[in-house]
Each structure stands twice: as structure tokens, then as C-alpha cells.
Write a protein that binds this ligand. Sequence first.
Ligand code: NDP
Length: 256
Amino acid sequence: MKNQLFDLSGKVAVVTGGNGGIGLGMAQGMADAGAAIAVVGRNEAKSKAAVEDLRQRGVKAIAVATDVTDSSAVTAMVERVANELGRIDILVNNAGMSIRKPPHELELDEWSKVIDTNLTSAFMCSKAAYPALKASGRGKIINIGSMMSIFGASFAAAYAASKGGIVQYTRACANAWAPDNIQVNAILPGWIDTDLTRGARQQVSGLHDRVLARTPAGRWGAIDDFAGIAVFLASPASDFVTGTAIPVDGGYSVMV
Ligand code: NDP
């Protein structure tokens, strides 16, 4: 018999940036727990491959090509998921990017691009999905922060601002939507091996070894490390957990 606490059978999850990296790791975990998945991203080839992987896990999966910085596209995406998969129970706001420069070299359009992609998109997706999450009777929102929600870095002014903002946005929504039985939590990944950090390792000298030295677990994270936390925060196991920001970082944030 399945453990009901972690069972996502019959649930529908929307994962922005679900076509690769941490988003795909979370989507795979939730699919293995029984959820149908809508993969949201711009790169249609990557989304197609992700959908094939998820379907092989025995669940329904669709790709919805969407730029999450475009508010009408976000509205259309939510409508399409509700029409094709019938409901929305879980929203994972994971799409993100960074532009690495000192704050005094960052242009306004670069600042806006990072804030729009990482923070404003979470606002737009959550607002658009709220009626469906409320109708589900047991809604879950998972927002993706970062170690930059806690720490700063000279090359990450806009990124850190967006990721600090996501934690405060999480707390506000947790308060607002508790009466609707929607739990809203954030995950703060440590340093994880993905396309995003492959770019960072090329641009920031010594980063790879600094992360290894400072992470008590002694390794970079893998996308599989996000399957369990996604299932926990999407499932009845976390029904009394809301407004939190949970590090998944191999101990990085508690290392002196
Ligand atoms: P990836 O670069 O592998 O994934 C980023 C994802 O976001 C892609 O699926 C991309 O899809 C999607 N995306 C980016 N911009 C948009 C957009 N405008 N519209 C729709 N989708 C978009 O990076 P990660 O997996 O590493 O990052 C995932 C999240 O985790 C991000 O929020 C990141 O900030 C966060 N994070 C990552 C850490 C790490 O060490 N890797 C550490 C801390 C936080 P597509 O290109 O198809 O649109």
C-alpha cells in the first residue's frame, strides 16, 4: 500500500523551468509520487525531452511553451494546464537566471530581466494559478530561492535581491492563502550542478573549489537531491508547514 502522506496520485503540478536542472529534478520526484506534470519553459526541444522522461514514469505530462516574464502568456499557460490536465494542485516557481556583474556595472535592463524572471514571474504565476489552487482544496506553492536569499555576493546584486524577495513573497502568500488551505514554502538550494552554475563556474574563478571546501557534504548538489523536498512540500506530509524557507545545501548555510 502506498504511503498516503507522500502520495501525489491524482494531483497536477505546474513546474516553471521544469525542462532541466533543479526543476526537472523536482518534476521527476513528483511524477514518481504519482503527479501529472506541466513543464513550463521556452526551449521546446528541452521541454519535449523532459515530457518524454516524465511520461516514462507512468504519469501524464505536457509541455507548455511559455516565457514566464510575459503576463498574458502566463495567464494562457494556466488556462491550458487546467483545460488539458483538469486541475492545478501544485505550483513550483522555479524558472530563474542570473547576470553576473558588479552592481555598478549592471544596466537597468539587466537588473529588470533578473528581477522579472526570478521574482515577478512567481507573483504572476501564483496570482494566475490561485483560483485553481483554491478550488483544489489542498493547494501547494513551492518557490525557489537560493543561498543568495541569505548571503550576498559581489557578482549577484540583482539575483540576490530577487532571491531575498522570493522568501518575503513566500511569507506574505503563506499568510494570505492559509485560509484557502494553500501552503506556500520556499526551497533554498545550495550549489547544484546545472547549466546555470556551469556558467558561473566559467565566469567566477575558483568557484568550484571554494564551494567544495565550504560544503560540509563535500560535494556539489545534484538535481536528484530535489526530488524528496519537492514531494514533501507538495504532499499531505507538509500540511502544517507554511511560510518556511528550507535550505537544501549539504550544510553550506551552517558552515562557519
Ligand atoms: P537551469 O539554467 O538549468 O534552469 C533554469 C530553468 O528556468 C530552465 O528550465 C529555463 O527554461 C527556465 N527559464 C529561465 N528563464 C525563463 C523564462 N523567462 N520563462 C520560462 N522559463 C525560464 O538552472 P537551475 O536548475 O540551476 O535553476 C533553477 C532554479 O534554481 C533557479 O531559480 C535558480 O536561481 C535556482 N537556484 C539554482 C542554484 C544552483 O546552484 N544551480 C542555486 C540556487 C538557486 P527555458 O530556457 O527553456 O526557458
